[in-house]
Design a protein around this ligand. Structure first.
Ligand SMILES: Nc1ncnc2c1ncn2[C@@H]1O[C@H](COP(=O)(O)OP(=O)(O)OP(=O)(O)O)[C@@H](O)[C@H]1O
Length: 305
């Protein structure tokens, strides 16, 4: 079951296609990392998901509701943290949350309970009566995240949630995202920080120039990448390695006598192992070197044409 369904979304600004025929579905309860370089079209996609900009074509459903035809139904059940969002500086942490809680039709007691719960969760309970203008950037971002969670949303949409934060601030924000996932919430977040996408995402989409260049669990994306770009096989033997001249090998990089990196078209570990056994060479290790997300990302951007 999908919580987010984007189909054939296109948004143009003049001649520029900011989002180009994007189709993307996100399953319930997963964390989806939307990765792309600056200007790729991530924010445009997110604003369309919120019904805040009208695309030229395509449809978007969140929790089964069309975001353009049933905007209120959707907004009640989602939480959104905009890129570069700001808090109300002159209001306290408590008042900032109360302001947003008032948009929802719940009792005062329930509201207060939720605000308390959230302030504790984001580590701002002790400073709840301090004006937001005295907060660090990290504290403000956590307050904004609490704001996005005020209605206990089923789907959380975060546009670059750790942008501009120091490592500790980013760590705290990521912990909150992980907590929400544990509670079964669907999280859609955009980022250009590769390590963060790798750490948080069950599924990843890579957007380049408005086009989706890769989609799926990271392991699948890496596998597809290896099938396309070739395999890097690391080998270490007890004895000096003989000439390696097997089918599928593109090139061999030798490291001393007993070690080598083999670049091959396929996963030919079995053939290598058989060949070396025949030659009386004992293997210590024979491993595939997985590409990093950075390898995949950079090659994807480079290959966009
Ligand atoms: N209101 C607008 N008018 C004209 N062009 C726009 C507008 N908004 C965005 N663009 C352009 O559309 C493209 C996609 O922008 P968008 O902000 O969606 O990218 P992004 O992936 O979110 O980038 P970033 O990571 O820098 O936030 C960019 O080339 C941008 O300059």
């Amino acid at each position: 079951m999908y919580d987010i369904e984007i189909e054939n979304l296109t948004k143009k600004y003049g001649d520029l296609k900011a989002v180009d025929n994007l189709t993307l579905k996100v399953e319930k309860g997963i964390t989806f990392g939307f990765l792309g370089p600056n200007g790729a079209g991530k924010t445009t996609t997110i604003l369309s998901m919120l019904g805040l900009i009208i695309p030229d074509s395509g449809s978007i459903k969140i929790l089964g509701n069309d975001v353009f035809r049933e905007p209120v139904k959707v907004k009640e059940r989602i939480g959104y943290l905009p890129e570069n969002a700001t808090v109300y500086e002159e209001l306290t942490a408590w008042k900032n949350l109360e302001f947003f809680a008032n948009f929802y039709n719940v009792s005062k007691t329930e509201k207060e309970k939720r605000i308390e719960e959230l302030l504790k969760m984001v580590g701002l309970w002790d400073v709840r009566y301090r004006k937001a203008k005295t907060f660090s950037k990290g504290m403000k971002q956590r307050l904004l995240l609490a704001q996005a969670l005020i209605n206990d949303p089923e789907v959380l949409i975060l546009d670059e949630p750790t942008s501009g934060l120091d490592p500790e601030g980013a760590f705290l924000v990521k912990s909150i995202v992980k907590e929400e996932r544990k509670k079964g919430k669907t999280v859609f977040f955009s980022s250009h920080i590769l390590s963060e996408v790798e750490e948080l995402s069950d599924k990843v989409g890579i957007l380049v120039d408005g086009k989706l260049m890769a989609l799926g669990p990271l392991d699948d994306i890496k596998k597809q990448f290896m099938e396309l770009e070739g395999y890097e096989i690391k080998i270490e033997a007890k004895h000096p390695l003989p000439e390696l001249d097997l089918e599928g090998i593109i090139r061999v990089e030798r490291i001393g006598n007993n070690k080598a990196i083999i670049f091959a078209k396929n996963d030919i570990r079995e053939q290598i192992s058989d060949y070396l056994t025949q030659k009386g060479v004992t293997l210590i290790s024979l491993e595939i070197e997985e590409p990093s997300l950075e390898d995949v990302f950079l090659k994807t951007i480079y290959k966009k044409e």
